[in-house]
Design a protein around this ligand. Structure first.
Ligand SMILES: Cc1cc2nc3c(=O)[nH]c(=O)nc-3n(C[C@H](O)[C@H](O)[C@H](O)COP(=O)(O)OP(=O)(O)OC[C@H]3O[C@@H](n4cnc5c(N)ncnc54)[C@H](O)[C@@H]3O)c2cc1C
Length: 510
C-alpha cells in the first residue's frame, strides 16, 4: 500500500465523483481510496471562488507505505481510587472530566444549571416572554456557554493540536458532522451542539461518571493549602482533587474564590457592541453575489488599530445567525450571537469590540474585584435602559458621527430594540476607538457602515486571570485547579476544552 498527498481545486458545488475525477487527473486510472485532510474556501478572486482541498490518496499502486496516522492522545489509564470533582459542565469542565475518567479517576461533575433539555425550555421562555432563569440561560446550564452558541470550532492557539484533534473526534463520535475534522473553519451550530452535549453526558454516565445538576458551588473550605470540602446549595462534598471550570460569567463564584484566598489579577479583554447586517449584504461584499451554491453563508473577520494604538476588531462572527440575550444574572443585559448548522438565517452578526485593560476603565490600577463590580454596573446600565431585554441600537454610520439614528429597521434579536445614543453608553475612549475602527471596516467591507450596532458585548473573554501553575493548579493550593475561560488562560470552545484536557493529562501523570 502507498499513498500520495494531493491538492485539488473544486467548484463550490460538487459531487463526490468530482473529487474522484480530480484525483484521477493527477494519479491516473488506479483503484484508490481517499481521505480529506483540509478543506477551505478560497474567495480571494470573486470570479474564481472555489474549495481548496488537501487529500490523502491511498492505493496499492502507489509507493510510500501506509499514510501517517496521528497518535492518539496519551491518556495514562490505571486503576485509581482518587476522586475528582469538576465544577462546571462547559467545554473545559466536560473535557477535563472525560479525560480524567479515561485515566481511571472517579469523577463527579457538578453543574449549577439543568440538563440541556430543561435548559432549552428556559431559553425559549426567555426569548418568547423575557422571563429570565438564574440557573438556565445562555451562560449557565449543561454544556456551558458553548452550547447555545455559533459552534465555531476554530482556535488560533498553535500549542493544542493534539488536544484539538481529540476534542473534535469526540464531538464526531457524539454526533457532530464529520466535516469538522477537516474544515478550515469548522462549525457545528446550536442544533448539533445540544445533541452532542447530551450524548457526551450519557456516555460519561454509562462509564460510571456522576453528574449532579442544579448543584451550585457556593463555598470552599480551605485547610492549609488544601481544599478539604466544598459547599453546594445541595450540601457538602469531598474529593481528592477539585477542578474549577466555571467559565467567565460566574462572577459570584469568582468573588467567593477571591474571598477564600484564590489569587486573581486583571488582564486585557474587550468591550463594545454586536453589529448586525443582512446576510445577503455580507455575501455580496465577500463573494460579489448574494448566494453561492454549495457554501452556506459568507464570513468576515476585521481588525485594525486606532491612531492611539487601541485594537478594534470583530469577534465571534455568526453568519446566518441570531443576536441573543446572553446575560448570566438577573437585571443585567449583554448580547452575543448564535447560529444553527445550516447558517441559513437572513442576518449575520459579530461582536465589534475594542481591546481594553481594566485599569483604563477603572481610571487607576485596580483589583480583580473592582473590575468585576465595574462590569456588573455596566451590564446593569444596559438592563436599566429599558428595565428589561429591549436593547439600545444605533446604525454604524450614525455611531461614527456620534448622532442618534432615525430608524432601526429589522433584526434577528427577538426581544426588541429601541433607538438610543449607544456611543454614550460605554466610556468615550472606547466609543471613539470603535467609531475609528468602524470607518476602517467600512472601507474594507462594502456596506459595513449600514449595520446596526446593538446592546453591550462584554463577554469576549475574562477581564481577570487566576494565578496558576503550568498544570492548572491554583498558586498556593495543592489540590485546586482552574481551567477554561474562567481561569483567564483560554477563550472559545476549543481552547477552553483543550485547557481542560491539558490539566487532566497533567493530573493523570502525577
Ligand atoms: C452565545 C454565545 C456564543 C458563543 N459562540 C462561540 C463560538 O461559536 N465558538 C467559540 O469557540 N466560542 C463561542 N462562545 C464562547 C464559548 O462558549 C466559551 O469560550 C466556552 O464555552 C468557555 O468554556 P468553559 O468551559 O471555560 O466555560 P463555560 O462554557 O462558561 O462553562 C462554565 C459552566 O460552569 C457552570 N458553573 C458556573 N458557576 C458554577 C458554580 N458555582 N457551580 C456549578 N456550576 C457552575 C455554568 O453553568 C457553565 O455550565 C460563545 C459564547 C456565547 C455565550
Amino acid at each position: 500500500m502507498g499513498y500520495k498527498m494531493l491538492q485539488i481545486k473544486l467548484p463550490t458545488l460538487y459531487q463526490d465523483e468530482d473529487i474522484r475525477k480530480a484525483i484521477r487527473k493527477q494519479v491516473g486510472e488506479l483503484d484508490f481510496s481517499f481521505e480529506i485532510e483540509k478543506k477551505s474556501l478560497d474567495a480571494r478572486k470573486k470570479n474564481d471562488i472555489h474549495w481548496q482541498v488537501s487529500l490523502v490518496v491511498s492505493s496499492n499502486k502507489l509507493k510510500g507505505g501506509d499514510p501517517i496516522v496521528s497518535e492518539p492522545l496519551p491518556i495514562p489509564f490505571k486503576k485509581r481510587t482518587e476522586k475528582v470533582i469538576v465544577i462546571g459542565s462547559g467545554p473545559a469542565g466536560f473535557f477535563s472530566a472525560h479525560v480524567l475518567q479515561l485515566a481511571g479517576f472517579q469523577v463527579t461533575i457538578i453543574e449549577r444549571g439543568s440538563e440541556v433539555e430543561q435548559r432549552t425550555k428556559a431559553i425559549h421562555l426567555l426569548e418568547s416572554t423575557g422571563a429570565f432563569s438564574t440557573q438556565n440561560n445562555y451562560a449557565f446550564g449543561e454544556g456551558g456557554a458553548g452550547t447555545f452558541s455559533d459552534g465555531k470550532l476554530t482556535s488560533r492557539s498553535k500549542h493544542i493540536s493534539d488536544e484539538r484533534r481529540f476534542i473534535l473526534s469526540e464531538y464526531v463520535k457524539a454526533g457532530a458532522p464529520e466535516e469538522i475534522l477537516y474544515m478550515a473553519h469548522p462549525h457545528v451550530g446550536t442544533d448539533n451542539l445540544k445533541l452532542v452535549v447530551a450524548n457526551l453526558r450519557r456516555q460519561f454516565m454509562e462509564n460510571g461518571g456522576q453528574f449532579l445538576f442544579n448543584t451550585q458551588l457556593e463555598k470552599i473550605s480551605v485547610k492549609g493549602h488544601q481544599v478539604d470540602k466544598i459547599g453546594c446549595n445541595t450540601g457538602e462534598l469531598e474529593a481528592d482533587h477539585i477542578v474549577l471550570a466555571t467559565g467567565h460569567s460566574a462572577y459570584d463564584t469568582y468573588r467567593m474564590l477571591i474571598n477564600n484566598g484564590v489569587q486573581f489579577g486583571t488582564k486585557n479583554f474587550a468591550i463594545g457592541h454586536r453589529i448586525e447586517h443582512p446576510q445577503k449584504l455580507i455575501n455580496l461584499a465577500q463573494w460579489g453575489k448574494e448566494s453561492l451554491p454549495g457554501v452556506k453563508a459568507a464570513e468576515y473577520r476585521l481588525a485594525t488599530r486606532t491612531k492611539s494604538d487601541l485594537p478594534v476588531y470583530t469577534f465571534c462572527m455568526c453568519p446566518g445567525g441570531q443576536v441573543v440575550p446572553a446575560a448570566a444574572f438577573e437585571q443585567k443585559s449583554v448580547v452575543n450571537g448564535m447560529s444553527h448548522y445550516h447558517r441559513n438565517g437572513p442576518y449575520s452578526n459579530a461582536g465589534c469590540v475594542v481591546g481594553v485593560h481594566p485599569d483604563d476603565l477603572l481610571g487607576h490600577k485596580g483589583s480583580a474585584l473592582e473590575i468585576l463590580d465595574w462590569m456588573d454596573q455596566l451590564e446593569e446600565r444596559y438592563y436599566r435602559f429599558n428595565n428589561g431585554y429591549v436593547i439600545p441600537t444605533t446604525r454604524a454610520v450614525d455611531y461614527m458621527k456620534k448622532k442618534e439614528s432615525k430608524e432601526a429597521g429589522r433584526s434577528s434579536y427577538l426581544l426588541g430594540m429601541q433607538l438610543a445614543p449607544l456611543f454614550n453608553m460605554i466610556p468615550s475612549f472606547v466609543s471613539n476607538a470603535l467609531a475609528e475602527g468602524l470607518a476602517d471596516f467600512s472601507r474594507k467591507l462594502a456596506g459595513f457602515e449600514t449595520g446596526l450596532l446593538m446592546g453591550l458585548e462584554s463577554k469576549t473573554s475574562s477581564p481577570i486571570q487566576v494565578a496558576r501553575e503550568k498544570d492548572g493548579l491554583c498558586t498556593g493550593f495543592t489540590n485546586l485547579y482552574f481551567v477554561g475561560e474562567g481561569s483567564g488562560y483560554a477563550g472559545g470552545i476549543i481552547s477552553s476544552a483543550a485547557d481542560g484536557v491539558k490539566c487532566a493529562l497533567a493530573l493523570s501523570n502525577k
